[in-house]
Each structure stands twice: as structure tokens, then as C-alpha cells.
Write a protein that binds this ligand. Structure first.
Ligand code: MGD
Ligand code: MGD
Ligand code: MO
Length: 775
């Protein structure tokens, strides 16, 4: 079970089967039996997943259709369900048998694999163990501890899974207590979207819904591993491809899901021997961080096509009417694009002018285009430039705010977008301060709170003294692992509301609690009866979710209940929130959300069971631009280079992308089989271009250490990784998150949005000379 035991030889073989297909069915059957679940019980839950009267999947946030498929789940959504409904338990007995220092040697996989936590636990430093506590004692002590701390020295983190109801209560608790320190996993994820899109189009979220996918006549995919991270979206891509819609993908890695797909719900496709549907009509393996360059090239080619059309008196290629009526900043953007040389574009993107001109021609022929993107755009120093550049491309041809067209950021956690919609944000200007103050009779703190990077800085420098987490595995998800982990133990208070054991639990502060909660698939019964919760998906549609399963333990409390009890123990007498009434009937929390956000959540309780969800009010989707200019703004990027000021100093510096495998959900590692990339047996791998390997004298399966290239005096290194040749551009290397997070400097983040730049970490690859000796 030791960490080191899994670094043995991985196998890396090209996986040339389509996504979906039999491989995914086999993987599911294996996962349920490994968890000791009968297939029949699993099927019963899975058939309710993402249905109007069922529960919202706990995996990704992709949209849930009004008319679902018979099985509206994918391989990875099913894995997430199986992982939550497991019969395994990390119970009192487990914690009495293992010291925390012992558990620190376990892998992320082994920790969570112990199963659901059943009892509230407090860390006992003398025993170096977690010991069971009564809920009432836990709440009382945490309340007293919080009251002894300065509110601005406490962080209230949320990981993106908790419901709209729990989340709205969470931010009220934090703000009445006196803190805007409400970072969210979104800070590590789509914050480049949340900062970039409002400047461009005046909306912080995407503008498309499922219906647009049915109407579009072209799609882009930039930096998203759809087959693994939002597999249900493959249905929309699959349908579009069958209609002959071109899909052009830009990704340094050949991700199977966007190459070939077999619909596991279609008997005809499953039984046919062919290779499935070709999902991308063109697939361009650009250099990581080369997206601004690639998009500048496409824009440049569009200008050239437009020039030619004008010269011939043919119809324009740019949508001149849309640009004149709806946009600002076009001239500056045009100048930037025309002034950028093809040589620079080709060098930085790693793509040829021909390929980019071809893309522009395909794009110019389409009239309704959706641009999808993920972490490959947001997790860069120039993450905001990436997002805004993609919007620029859409604006050039009026592909915004009309049916079949728009921007589609593919969100992460199943309710991460929703948490932001109901007040979880460190930026007080994004919450309805006046309404909250009038409704609940307290003063909302006005100074900006800490985001994720700032919270880490505070933990490291000691100014953050308390950390309360509504889900997640913060210390493992953030950069600069070594410094954060060390500093965590100096904190006064660490409280984790969790379902499963993870590494963050193993970093005790002076006072440390694990508070176990119900999962979303479980029945949540309160005074008024069974409760329903709600989530917002990636397309801003709100859905009801009903858990029916027997709770993993009778001692578990729901998230709203835990938040309310923490609040009552901490801020009793402050603010007029009827905590007990809300917990008794979550419909009252929904009424409260509607009062705070009347436009977005109009008739919330009446509408939230609408099949397919009801949509929040997204102004940009109807061409109302809530920006500084009242227009959609073309934005000029700060140059083509994602890491402009890194001085390689003559060293052989590679660009490391940290990515997810097909067998994990963030820091939750289900297993060691990244089937769609053909890698199995280990996650301690570095994927590298064969020419680069040759230059460094490396062969497949050689051991390497990886070191961050930075001159800030901090040494960041991971050891004993296995290198393997892979289809990846020269100069780029890839490996798995979160194991590689110790390599990411805390200061290496997107400008302004502070998203850690997890897709462009400058590293050196050092061959270990132990190979011969070890054999
Ligand atoms: N099964 C499963 N589903 C998930 C998750 C999970 O862990 N497992 N996580 C959830 C969460 S929180 C999120 S945020 C999403 C994440 O979903 P993704 O956005 O797909 O996240 P990553 O796995 O980090 O993969 C990023 C992709 O971008 C590519 N890429 C890397 N660098 C660049 C670049 O510079 N340019 C371009 N164009 N591409 C690049 C990588 O090759 C990879 O295909 O998925 C959500 N859904
Ligand atoms: N290097 C690198 N770092 C990254 C990324 C990357 O691509 N590369 N991606 C970033 C992104 S996009 C994200 S979103 C973050 C993710 O960061 P987090 O959201 O903090 O991490 P998760 O791994 O999703 O959290 C898993 C834990 O959540 C708890 N949990 C699960 N279900 C529930 C529930 O229903 N309720 C409660 N209360 N707890 C629950 C379990 O105890 C589990 O151990 O990581 C970021 N870090
Ligand atoms: Mo995320």
C-alpha cells in the first residue's frame, strides 16, 4: 500500500479503439465488482442518473437533456456513482487501527478506497489518530475556535459539488461571521473564464444550451479531454458529426474521445466491427500554450479571405453588420492580427500556416459555430487571453447570441458554476450585498476575500489560521504541495466536511475535525420529510436532484444541516437567518435564493423540476452586452507566448502539462488504468516526444527525476518517474495531476484570474543513473 509500490512498470500501448464501445462497459463491470457492489443494485441507481426525477450525477457538470437517453450516464459518471455508493467504510475501527503518520504513506487511491467515512472524528495528537466525537461537541468546539480567531484569518473553501442550497447557506455563514474568504475550486479551474468572459461579453458563463448543439453547423474544441471529462457531451458531437458538421480540435495530445466514438447506447454501432464515428474532422496537435498563436493565425487567414471577398465584390467573410452594431475594439484587434507575422504564429503554435488557413476556410463556410474549451485554455499564465481570443474568433463572424452558436466553457465539478451563482465568491462586488443586508440584518464585509492562490500564500506565511472546507481535497489540488503541506500543520483550526478520506485530512492543525456528510445519491430526510436539492449545469440550467439510497451510516448529516449547526454554534444571535427552518425544509432556502437573485431564480421552487432544467438569465445569449462599452468587446492579447519571461538560461527546459487520467475524478483516483491513452499500471509516468528522448539519451521505461526550472531559491522536484515516448509535440511533456503538483510554483498562475498555470510548468527532465544498478 505504500506510495512507492505503485511506481513499477506501467505499460504504454497505443489505444486505437473508439471511446464508448465495449471498453467502457468492461471497465464498469470491473469497477462495480471491485467495490463489492452487485451489478443489479448499481444499475438501479444508474438508471436514475441525470433524469428529471432522479439525481444529478456527481461527476461532471455537462447538461442534462429534457428527454434523456435510457441510460443518461457515461463510463466515468457511473464510476463516480459506484465510488460514492460503495459498501466499503472508513469507520471507527479503521481509524483506531491506523495512525495518521502511517496513512501519510498511502496513495490517494488507497485512502479513498477505504470507503465512506461514517462518524465525526477529531484528531488526537497524543495518539496520532482520529477518534470519534459527538456531533454536538464537534460543533461547539469549532464554534468556540472560530470565535477566538480573526474572521479574516479563516478560509471557507468550497469544492464545487455541494448543492445550491448548501452553498447559499455556506456563504451567508462565512459573511455573517465576517469573512469573504470564499475560494472555490473554480479558482483553479474556470476562473479565467469568469474573469475573461465578463470583459468580453458581459456574462461570466457560457452562452449555449443543448438545443444549440442540434442547430450548429461547426464546432471547435480547444484544450478539453471530452471523452474522459465530459463524456455525455460526446452524444452531441456524435449527432453533429452524423449530420456532417465539421469539428476541429486543437490539443497537444491525441485524446481518443475526440478522435473516434462508439455510442454504447446504440446496438447497431456497438455490434458493428468498424471503428466508430470519427469525432474530429481535423485534429491539430498544437504546442501547449500555442493557442493564442493558433487563433491569431486563424483570424489572420480570415482577414485575408475577407480582403479577397471584398476585392471580388463577393459576400463578406467577416460579419460586418454584427461587428458594427454589436462590438467594440475591432480596429485594435485587427491591427494586432495583421501585424503578427506568420513565422511567429507557426513557431509558437507548432502548426503550419496551411493548417490554420484550412481551419479558417472551414470556419468561414459555417454560419452557426460553437467553441468548446476546457483546462487547456484556462490553466495558463495567459489563460484570460486564451478565453478572450476564442471569443474574438466567434465575434468576427457574429457567432454569439444566436441559435446554434456561442461560447461553451465546459465546467468541472457538477455544481461549481452554481456555487458562484448563489454567492460563493471571494469578490463581494459579485454578490447582491444590499439584498443580503436587508434580508438578514447584517453587514456584508466589503474588502475582497482570499482566492485559492492567496489562501495558499496565507497558509504558508501563517496569516491564515483556520480552514473550513465544504468538500474537496484542497492541499492536494493546489500548487506548491511541499510548502502548503508543511504549513498546514501550523494552522490552529482545520475542519473538513467530507465523504471520503483524503490526504488533506492527514495534515492536522492544532484542532482538527473530519465531519462526514451524506452524498447526493443518498436519501436526505429532515423535519418536513425527504428533501430535494438543486444544481446548475455547464449551460446555466438548474435541475432538481433527489437522493433515494440508504445513507452510508446513520450518523451522517446532510451538508445543509452541518453548515447550519456550524453557523448556530459560531454566529448565534448575529443575522436573521432562520437556520433551523431552512434545514427542516430546503424549499425555504430556494425561496431565499430567489429573493437574493430574483432574475436568475424566478419561481425557483415552481420551476426546478422542469425536465432539462430551467435556465438562468444569460444576457449575452440574447445579445445584451453587460460590459463597460455595452458592446461585445474584441480584446487584444498580450502576445503569443504563454510563458513570456522564463529565462531558460541555456538549460533544456520542457513545458509540462498536468492532466487527468480516464480513471480519476480530480484527486480521487479510481485506479491505474488510463485506458483511452493506453497507459496502465502506474500514474508515475512522464510522456515525452521520442525525438526529445533521443536527444536526452532516454529510452522507454527509463527513470527520470523532474525538476521545476525557476530561480526563486525553492527546490521543486519529483523523483523516480518513468519516461515513455508518446504522440506529443516536441518541447512538451505530460503527466498526471495531482502527483505532479509539487512542481508548480504558487506564483506560476494566470494573470488576474490566478488560476494555477498547471498546463505550462517549466521543467527539466533528469535521467536517473540508477537504471543499470537496479537491474
Ligand atoms: N471523469 C472525470 N471527469 C471530470 C473530472 C475528472 O477528473 N474526471 N474533473 C472535472 C473538473 S473539476 C474539470 S475542471 C474538468 C476538466 O476537464 P479538462 O478541461 O478536459 O481537463 P484536463 O484533464 O486537465 O485536460 C485538459 C486537456 O487540455 C489539453 N491541453 C493541455 N494543454 C493545452 C494547451 O496548451 N492547449 C490546448 N489546446 N490543449 C491543452 C490536454 O491534452 C487535455 O486534453 O473535468 C471535470 N470532469
Ligand atoms: N496540477 C493540476 N492541479 C489541479 C488541476 C489540474 O488540472 N492540474 N485541476 C484543478 C481543478 S480544475 C479543480 S476543480 C481542483 C479540484 O479540487 P477539489 O475540488 O478540492 O478536489 P476533489 O478531488 O474534487 O475533492 C475530492 C474530495 O471531495 C470529498 N467529497 C466528495 N463528494 C463529496 C460530497 O458530496 N460532499 C462533500 N462535502 N465532500 C465530498 C471527498 O472527501 C474527496 O476526497 O483541482 C485543481 N488542481
Ligand atoms: Mo475543475
Amino acid at each position: 500500500m505504500k506510495r512507492s509500490e505503485i511506481t513499477d512498470r506501467p505499460t504504454v500501448e497505443p489505444y486505437d479503439h473508439p471511446t464508448g464501445g465495449w471498453g467502457s462497459v468492461k471497465s464498469l463491470v470491473e469497477k462495480s465488482s471491485a467495490e463489492g457492489l452487485l451489478a443489479s443494485g448499481v444499475w438501479a441507481e444508474l438508471s436514475r442518473q441525470n433524469k428529471p426525477d432522479g439525481f444529478a450525477c456527481v461527476s461532471c457538470s455537462w447538461a442534462k437533456p429534457a428527454e434523456p437517453h435510457p441510460f443518461e450516464f457515461c463510463e466515468n459518471g457511473a464510476k463516480a456513482t459506484i465510488w460514492e455508493i460503495t459498501p466499503k467504510r472508513a469507520d471507527r475501527d479503521f481509524f483506531s487501527r491506523h495512525k495518521v503518520s502511517e496513512l501519510l504513506d498511502w496513495t490517494d487511491h488507497e485512502l479513498e478506497k477505504q470507503g465512506r467515512i461514517t462518524t465525526p472524528m477529531r484528531y488526537d495528537a497524543g495518539l496520532d489518530q482520529y477518534v470519534p466525537v459527538k456531533w454536538a461537541d464537534a460543533f461547539a468546539e469549532i464554534g468556540a475556535e472560530l470565535n477566538a480567531l480573526e474572521p479574516t484569518s479563516v478560509v471557507f473553501y468550497a469544492s464545487g459539488r455541494a448543492s445550491l442550497e448548501a452553498s447559499h447557506m455556506w456563504q451567508l455563514f462565512s459573511r455573517i461571521y465576517g469573512s469573504n474568504n470564499l475560494p472555490d475550486s473554480s479558482n483553479m479551474c474556470h476562473e479565467s473564464t469568469s474573469v475573461g468572459l465578463p470583459e468580453s461579453i458581459g456574462s461570466p458563463v457560457g452562452t449555449v444550451v443543448l438545443d444549440d448543439f442540434e442547430a450548429c453547423d461547426m464546432m471547435f474544441f480547444f484544450g478539453h479531454n471530452t471523452g474522459t471529462n465530459a463524456p455525455r457531451l460526446l452524444h452531441q458531437v456524435h449527432d453533429a458529426r452524423k449530420r456532417g458538421v465539421p469539428v476541429i480540435t486543437f490539443n497537444p495530445l491525441e485524446e481518443r474521445g475526440l478522435m473516434r466514438f462508439k455510442d454504447p447506447q446504440s446496438p447497431v454501432e456497438m455490434l458493428s466491427p468498424d471503428e466508430g464515428v470519427k469525432m474530429s474532422s481535423d485534429y491539430f496537435q498544437l504546442r501547449a500554450g500555442g493557442d493564442v498563436a493558433a487563433m491569431t493565425g486563424i483570424a489572420k487567414a480570415l482577414f485575408a479571405l475577407d480582403d479577397a471577398a471584398k476585392a471580388l465584390g463577393a459576400p463578406r467573410v467577416l460579419d460586418a453588420d454584427f461587428i458594427a452594431e454589436h462590438t467594440a475594439g475591432f480596429e485594435d484587434f485587427e491591427r494586432f492580427v495583421r501585424d503578427t507575422e506568420w513565422s511567429a504564429i507557426e513557431a509558437r503554435s507548432g502548426l503550419s500556416r496551411d493548417d490554420l488557413e484550412h481551419t479558417a476556410r472551414v470556419y468561414a463556410r459555417a454560419t452557426k459555430v460553437i467553441a468548446n474549451y476546457g483546462m487547456g485554455l484556462t490553466q495558463h499564465r495567459h489563460g484570460i487571453d486564451n478565453v478572450q481570443m476564442l471569443v474574438n474568433l466567434l465575434l468576427m463572424r457574429g457567432n454569439m447570441g444566436k441559435r446554434g452558436a456561442g461560447i461553451s466553457p465546459i465546467r468541472g465539478h457538477s455544481n461549481v458554476q452554481g456555487q458562484r451563482s448563489v454567492g460563493i465568491t471571494e469578490k463581494p462586488e459579485l454578490v447582491p450585498v444590499d439584498k443580503l443586508e436587508a434580508l438578514y440584518g447584517f453587514t456584508v464585509p466589503k474588502e475582497k476575500g482570499l482566492d485559492t492562490v492567496e489562501a495558499c500564500r496565507g497558509i504558508i506565511d501563517g496569516s491564515v489560521k483556520g480552514f473550513v472546507a465544504l468538500g474537496g481535497n484542497f492541499s492536494r489540488a493546489v500548487p506548491e504541495t511541499a510548502l502548503v503541506e508543511e504549513a498546514w500543520r501550523r494552522m490552529r483550526l482545520s475542519v473538513q466536511i467530507s465523504t471520503k478520506l483524503n490526504r488533506n485530512h492527514l495534515l492536522p492543525g492544532e484542532v482538527t475535525y473530519i465531519l462526514p456528510c451524506l452524498g447526493r445519491i443518498e436519501r436526505d430526510t429532515q423535519a418536513s420529510g425527504p428533501q430535494t436539492v438543486s444544481m446548475e449545469d455547464s449551460t446555466a440550467c438548474i435541475h432538481a436532484s433527489d437522493g433515494r439510497r440508504e445513507p452510508a451510516s446513520p450518523e451522517l448529516l446532510s451538508e445543509p444541516k452541518i453548515v447550519a449547526e456550524l453557523a448556530k454554534a459560531t454566529i448565534a444571535g448575529r443575522g436573521r437567518v432562520p437556520w433551523d427552518e431552512w434545514v427542516a425544509d430546503y424549499a425555504k432556502v430556494r425561496d431565499a435564493i430567489e429573493k437574493a437573485y430574483p432574475a436568475d431564480f424566478k419561481d425557483f421552487n415552481a420551476r426546478f423540476r422542469t425536465p432539462g432544467g430551467f435556465r438562468r438569465d444569460i444576457a449575452a445569449a440574447r445579445r445584451e452586452w453587460r460590459t463597460d462599452t455595452k458592446k461585445a468587446n474584441f480584446k487584444v492579447p498580450n502576445g503569443l507566448d504563454p510563458n513570456p519571461d522564463i529565462d531558460t538560461n541555456g538549460a533544456d527546459v520542457f513545458n509540462l502539462m498536468t492532466v487527468r487520467s480516464n480513471d480519476q475524478f480530480n484527486t480521487t483516483v479510481y485506479g491505474y488504468d488510463d485506458r483511452l491513452r493506453g497507459i496502465s499500471g502506474s500514474r508515475m509516468v512522464i510522456l515525452m516526444n521520442r525525438e526529445d528522448m533521443g536527444r536526452l539519451g532516454l529510452r522507454d521505461q527509463d527513470r527520470v527525476d523532474v525538476e521545476t526550472h525557476a530561480d526563486d531559491g525553492v527546490s521543486r522536484r519529483v523523483e523516480n518517474y518513468i519516461v515513455h515516448g508518446f504522440s506529443i509535440p516536441k518541447g512538451d511533456v505530460a503527466g498526471y495531476y495531482p502527483e505532479l503538483n509539487p512542481l508548480i510554483p504558487l506564483w506560476h498562475h494566470a494573470e488576474r484570474s490566478h488560476v494555477p498555470a498547471a498546463k505550462s510548468v517549466p521543467v527539466r527532465i533528469l535521467k536517473r543513473e540508477v537504471r543499470a544498478a537496479a537491474e
